[in-house]
Write a protein of this length. Structure first.
Lengths: 289, 550
């Protein structure tokens, strides 16, 4: 994540020549947009897409393979997997977006403190971030769950917290480079106060890249939250959550592949689509910059 | 032609062809006739357990099934049980009950040594019983089984007398269990930590190394002389070594067996049992555990299940039959008894457990749970009809966890809200100790119907030194207490059967439990592993007679 900053700068100088000439969307981006529209519909109106109750059991129809009547087959309790995957979209997206918001929020506070409050704060925040970077993100999330107990809310906060150090470092870098820019120097010379400069000049220029970062982060957060549910630390049965569905289905992976394939497919599609769109946004921001 | 010199290239080609041929025949060998005509000595057997890794390898401490599985390989008991259900000699050759039933005298084998060189004698047996009864040992299973033992005397080196506070018709069955196995008193004296890491017994294998969170290595006891009376052979075991691994994920466990990475697994999943039946390279060993059936226990010690009508309403409102049929692929049979089907005195009553939501709804109305809230759950005085069900993910196989989800779904239609709480073993014990449950499924394995006393006598609501109490249904019924006490004392088999039948009737008609099926205990093994059998005591496998036909 931290080398994103570097790549942003390199890419910016490379694409600045093309600034103004807007590239048309690729096939991948169109597909990604369609997937996201479908996901949003699934999240907002799940009943319209999959009318069957995702929690309704039909024990005697358990383990039915995909068929015209049941597109994705049924699970070990005879629940309709298509319904479960569609109805699980809202919670998966919500977890991803909330976790990213938490991570970005924390990152913004830490990054701004480090970038704006002088060398002592900068030094201590940076050392703290380095300590946190020593642990893989998922390990931090697990550590948090050990302390506060499993569940959807703690899993969301845990994923948020574990992504915060990455955001904080990028935001700090962004702030430092903007602070050294000519227009900020000009504002300083004109005698504007530190908060005025932060509010009028620095924040507006950091928000767009942060929004892009956030978009890219949602995909990762969804994958992490699903991982925690897969480990039994997030959503609990019989919730229609993708990670929890994967966990329940893995027992039967050698006899009934569809129990794990479809929730897995949705996780991959969601993360990929959001990332593709995030990259496109990133390019747009660079072109404008 | 045959004298023509072979060019190097041709020779290489020939060698390659030969190698390919060897490879092909090598591959098909396991499907062909057995490689050996009789038991072969040597080799390592890798066993993969799906049970939780024990925290202590000495089964006196605590006393659960994972400990029984492994300790059966290195510890032995005073008596055993044969396939016909008769108690047979093991470390004790003879025994006799006193006229008044208040003492038993055991004659021990005089030629057996523990693997640390300590002789097996009356003093060793006395030390073991004292160890089990010492609160510091934190025993639950062994402690409860010895509830009537007041003291033990070493009459002479090979004769030991056990004194009782009242007659105990279950004493021999209790002593046959691995949780009451006899260990070296020298080893016990080292203290709990050391004895937990490397307990010392008289068994066919010895604990060599315990690599925590990974595996336990056992090596053959070369001086072994004490097989139970029903073993297939004498002298040391055939296998040289056993590697006992822990693979909690059932799909990986089965995949490891299929790949030949491990030789034997336990806790096989229903779908893999069906799959293995079609695979020539795999075999099944089905050994239902004795003692209690797998059942949901209804906590009658607190609301809402302190009201028998709510208990019956719950039992009438959940559809267990369809769940068992859908999830177990015909590998499990529905039970209607508190006892395992392998217990000869088990009594069941199907009529009490029919799925009848209408009758359930009428009972709930009668009990005051007549309103429903916005989500459709029953309420009484503003309180929702919520039931907490902590699930031990170590003890309940995934199919059973799915069964609980289905119970949750059908109970929901009737207005019960069941909160499933998947927990690891220690948190699960914690939830039980804190009385934070309304429903629970806790397996209990014990040899003989005396398990009913452990599970349903009001004494069972008092925790053992380990903190565990076995009467999760919290049944406190003086009539039942009296019957169970008498049944535990009488030696007349007919009277005993009659009393236990009566006790089971009270438990079933009081709707304290919802029986599901026998405790599933299916092992899968590679077909070239021969001679494995489950000891008829608690159905733990013994690898003493096992050998590798490869």
């Amino acid at each position: 994540m931290s080398d994103l900053e570097v790549s942003t700068r390199i890419a910016r100088s490379a694409t600045s020549r093309r600034a103004g000439t807007r590239r048309s969307a690729t096939v991948g981006e169109v597909v990604a947009a369609l997937v996201i529209v479908f996901l949003l519909l699934s999240a907002l109106l799940p009943g319209a897409i999959a009318p069957l109750d995702p929690l309704a059991i039909r024990p005697l129809e358990a383990f039915s393979p995909p068929s015209p009547g049941s597109w994705f087959g049924t699970d070990e309790s005879g629940r309709d997997i298509f319904s479960r995957v569609v109805h699980g979209t809202a919670s998966s997206l919500l977890i991803g977006v909330s976790a990213t918001a938490i991570g970005l929020g924390l990152g913004l506070i830490l990054g701004t403190a480090a970038g704006m409050l002088g060398p002592v704060v900068d030094f201590s925040v940076n050392r703290m971030l380095e300590v946190l970077f020593a642990f893989p993100g998922l390990l931090l999330a697990l550590f948090f769950i050990v302390i506060f107990g499993p569940g959807v809310v703690t899993a969301t906060i845990a994923v948020g917290i574990s992504t915060a150090p990455g955001y904080a470092r990028i935001i700090r870098g962004q702030l430092v480079s903007i602070r050294r820019s000519a227009y900020v120097e000009a504002a300083t010379v004109l005698g504007r106060s530190r908060w005025q400069i932060l509010y009028r000049h620095i924040l507006p220029n950091t928000l767009a890249p942060i929004f892009v970062l956030g978009t890219l982060g949602v995909g990762q957060a969804i994958v992490w939250a699903a991982s925690l549910s897969y480990l039994g630390l997030g959503a609990v049965p019989p919730a229609a959550e993708w990670g929890a569905m994967l966990a329940a289905g893995r027992t039967y992976i050698s006899t009934a592949w569809w129990l794990t394939f479809f929730p897995g497919l949705f996780i991959v599609l969601t993360a990929t689509a959001i990332t593709v769109l995030g990259r496109r946004l990133q390019q747009r921001v660079r072109e404008q910059g | 032609m045959f004298r023509a010199p072979l060019s190097p290239r041709r020779a290489a080609g020939g060698a390659l062809g030969l190698a390919a041929l060897l490879l092909l025949t090598g591959c098909s060998a396991p499907d062909a006739a057995p490689a050996n005509s009789g038991p072969v000595t040597g080799g390592t057997l890798t066993y993969a357990s799906g049970d939780a890794e024990p925290t202590c390898l000495d089964p006196h401490v605590g006393g659960n099934y994972p400990q029984a599985l492994i300790s059966t390989q290195y510890l032995e008991s005073l008596v055993s049980k044969n396939a016909d259900g008769e108690i047979i000699p093991w470390l004790a050759t003879e025994w006799a009950e006193a006229e008044d039933g208040l003492s038993w005298t055991f004659t021990l084998r005089d030629d057996v040594m523990f693997t640390d060189g300590t002789p097996l004698d009356a003093e060793a047996v006395r030390a073991n019983i004292a160890h089990l009864q010492d609160p510091e040992t934190l025993s639950s299973t062994g402690y409860l089984a010895l509830g009537k033992v007041t003291s033990t005397e070493a009459v002479d080196p090979s004769t030991v007398r056990v004194l009782l506070s009242e007659p105990d018709s279950a004493l021999l069955e209790s002593l046959s269990q691995p949780w009451l196995a006899i260990q070296s008193p020298t080893a016990i004296a080292r203290g709990m930590d050391e004895n937990c890491a490397s307990p010392v017994g008289t068994g066919p294998f010895v604990v060599e190394e315990w690599n925590r969170q990974n595996s336990i290595t056992l090596v053959r006891n070369e001086d072994y002389t004490s097989p139970p009376a029903d073993a297939e052979h004498d002298g040391p075991a055939y296998l040289e070594r056993i590697v006992w691994r822990f693979l909690p994920d059932s799909a990986s466990r089965y995949a490891a067996l299929q790949a030949g990475e491990v030789d034997m697994i336990d806790n096989a999943q229903p779908d893999t049992i069906v799959q293995a039946a079609q695979d020539d390279a795999l075999e099944e060993l089905d050994a239902p555990r004795p003692g209690a059936s797998n059942r949901l226990e209804l906590n009658s010690g607190k609301p809402p299940f302190d009201d028998v009508r709510v208990r019956e309403a719950f039992i009438r409102s959940v559809n267990v039959d369809d769940a068992v049929e859908g999830l177990f692929f015909g590998t499990a049979e529905r039970s209607y008894s508190p006892l395992s089907s392998v217990e000869p005195l088990a009594v069941g009553d199907e009529s009490l457990f029919g799925f009848d939501p209408e009758a359930g709804a009428a009972l709930l109305d009668e009990a005051g749970w007549s309103e429903r809230d916005a989500e459709g759950y029953r309420v009484r005085e503003g309180q929702r009809l919520t039931l907490r069900l902590p699930v031990s993910t170590n003890q309940s196989i995934p199919a059973e966890q799915s069964l609980f989800e289905q119970v949750q779904a059908t109970a929901r239609d009737a207005g019960f809200e069941i909160v499933l709480e998947p927990l690891d073993l220690s948190s699960w014990y914690g939830a039980l100790a804190a009385n934070e449950y309304d429903l629970v499924s806790a397996p209990y394995t014990k040899v003989g119907p005396d398990v009913l006393r452990i599970l349903y006598h009001s004494d069972g609501t008092t925790p053992a030194p380990s903190g565990y109490f076995a009467n999760h249904a919290q049944v406190r019924n003086p009539e039942l207490d009296a019957i169970l006490t008498e049944a535990g004392q009488v030696s007349d088999p007919d009277r005993r059967a009659e009393l236990y039948a009566e006790a089971q009737r009270i438990v079933l008609e009081g709707f304290y439990i919802l029986p599901l099926y026998d405790q599933q205990n299916t092992y899968l093994l590679r077909s070239d592993v021969r001679g494995v059998r489950a000891l008829p005591t608690v159905s733990a496998p013994t690898l003493y007679d096992a050998w590798l036909d490869r």
